[in-house]
Design a protein around this ligand. Sequence first.
Ligand code: IMP
Length: 193
Amino acid sequence: MKLIFASSNKNKFIEVKKIIPKNIKLGNLIELNFFEEIPEKEDNIEGNAIFKANYINSKFNVNVFADDTGLEVQALDGKPGVHSARYAGNECNSEKNITKLLKELKNIKNRKARFKTIIALVLNKKSYQFEGIINGEILLSKKGKNGFGYDPIFKPDGYQKSFAELSIDVKNKISHRALAINKLIDFIKKVKS
Ligand code: IMP
């Protein structure tokens, strides 16, 4: 079976490719000659993931899945959430997003946060969604060089290191994205058997 992963984020692609079993052939947007940014206009993570998967399915008529992820911080009422990518404004990047988040949390004791991923799958014209959540806390400063996005300031519960200090293999055992992808893999196994 072949599935397109509708993401232009190289880090996400590397993580997902390491989890997906060899009997599922993972395709990307480049092989479809698709280089646009798919708009993320919905006000929730589910909506964005579904929109991205539907967008590629309707354009190319392929089986496809898309991921949308948000970092939800308890003391900020779930922010940045669906706005995680552009938290520091339109011209932002991970560096600026992290700086803004650490500033917002200055002097705040409750550092509890969670990553939530929704994977939306369009398989043979039908839609499915899979959720992955990991709880943790926001560190006082950046730690580690691995990973991407908010990884340097997120410490998963039960670990003493940030996601960016953990190896990709460890992150892939516990992360929000890995949990959602593993649900997708289980689903595909059932459909095929
Ligand atoms: P999106 O799912 O690509 O829209 O990601 C939303 C924001 O969350 C972006 O700023 C990403 O860099 C960040 N992000 C997504 N997944 C992860 C992750 O696994 N670790 C850290 N940051 C992430």
